[in-house]
Design a protein around this ligand. Sequence first.
Ligand code: ADP
Ligand code: MG
Length: 478
Amino acid sequence: MTKNLFEIWEECLTMIRENVPAQAFSTWFEPIRPVDYRNGLLTIQVPSDFFYEFLETHYIKVIKATIRKVLGPEGKLEYSIMMDNNENKPVVVKQPSVDRTNTKNPPKQIQIDFENTETRVMNPFALPGIKKINIESNLNENYCMDNFVVGECNRVAYEAGLAVAKNPGRTAFNPMFIFSPTGMGKTHVCQAIGLETKKHHPEMTVLYVNSEQFLMQFQAACRNNSSKSSRDDFVHFYQMIDVLIIDDIQYLSDKPKTQDTLFHIFNHLQQTNKQLIFTCDKPPAEIKGMEQRLISRFKWGLSAEMTLPDVETRRNILKRKAYNEGVELSEEVVNYIAEHIKTNVREMEGFLISLIAQSSLNRKAITINLAKQMVERFVNNSNREITISYIISMVCEEMGTSQADFFTSTRKRNVVQARQLSMHFAKKYTKASLNVIGEQCGGKDHATVIHSLKTVANLLETDKQFKMVADKIEANFQ
Ligand code: ADP
Ligand code: MG
C-alpha cells in the first residue's frame, strides 16, 4: 500500500526529531507543512525565505538523510516558500521551470536534486531555473527619492544619484561613493538611486546588498566542499548585475579574500559599463584594512559626502516623515524637535515615531508640552532609565531596520526579528507588562508577545549569528 502525504511527512518528522535538539525541532520543523507528494517528489511549505535558508544552512544533512531513508534513493524534495505578499497566502506553482517572469510576487520553488552534487544544493546562486530577471533587488519602496529631503548637506549625492539613475554606468560618477557618519541618509539615498534606476530602466538588474550580507554570502560560498566552483558562482552572480549597490563597505575592512573578490567583480562591472554604488562611514582614503587597489578604485568616480542636515532641512525632514505617518505637527513642535535633536536623522526620526506612539497610546494630541517632556527624556540620557522606545531604537539601529517599518505590519524577516528582539529586551529590562510591550512594539497582542519571547529564546539557543547580534545590542542596556 502506498503511503499518503501526511504519513510520509510524519515519518520524516519522527526521524528528524531524533536527530536535532528539541528546541530546534519545534522552531524549525514544526511550522513546516507538507503540501504534495507525487512521483517521488515531496513538496513542503516553509513560512519564509529565511526559514528556507536556515534549514539549508543548518539542517541540510539531516534533511537529506531523512528523505533518502523515507522516500528511497530516488526521492526528491521541493520547498514552497510563502512569499511576503499582502494577502499572506501561500502561493504554490508546481513546476520551477514555469515562466514566472511576469508575476508580481512570484512564488519561489526550489528543488533539490539529490543526485546532484552538494554544491548545487547549498549554493544560493545556482538555484535551478533562476533567471537574471528573477533577482530580487532588495530595495525598500519607502526609501524613494520622493521621500528624500534635499538640502545642502546631501545635494551632491542627490543630484549625482539622479544622473546615475538616468544613465547608469554611463556618467563620470562610476563608481559613486557616498560617505557620512551613521544616520545621515546613506542607505536611504543609495536605495532611492536603485529605485529610480528601475523606473527609468525596468529591464536592468539592480541589486542592493549590505556589505555584511555580501561577506556572509561569500564566506558561505567558500565553505562549500567544492569551494572553487561555488566561489565562481558567487562572482558570476555579481557580474550579472547592471547596477550594484553595496552599503556600508567599511564592514569589509580586514577581509582580504572578500576584498579580492570584490576587486574582480568591480573590474568586470566597470569594464562592461555597469554602475557601482558604494556607501561608507568615512571617505575612501580613511578606510583602514582595505586593499590599496580597491581604495584607489573607489576614488575613480565621484565621492559624495553627506553631512548633518541644517535646521531648515531637519524641519523639512520632520514634516515629510509626519506627513508619511499621516500625522499633523504644529510648526512649534517641528521647530522644537529640529532644534533639540541634532545628532543625526535616524535619532530624530526615532524620536518622532516615539512621540507619535506616545500620543496615540495615551490618546493625547502631540502638543509642545508632550514634545518637551519627551525631549527631556530622550536627550538627557545620563542615568537613563531603559525605555521600550530606547530599546526599539537600538535594536533597529543594530539590525539595520528602519523604525518606520518597525511600526507597520510588514512581515519582512528582519523587521519581524527586530520586533521580537525588542519584546525580548523589553521584558528583560523594563517593568512593562506583556500587553504594554506588545502595544509599544507595533501594536501586537499579548499572545504575539509570548510567542515572540519563545522564538527569541529558541533562536538564542540555536542560532549563533542571531545570538551575536543580540549580545551586541544587549551591551547597550547593561
Ligand atoms: P545611514 O545609512 O547614513 O546610517 P539612513 O539612510 O539609514 O542613514 O537614514 C536614517 C533614517 O533617516 C532613515 O529612516 C532615513 O529615511 C532618514 N533620513 C536620512 N536622511 C534623510 C533625508 N534627507 N530625507 C528623509 N529622510 C532621511
Ligand atoms: Mg545605512
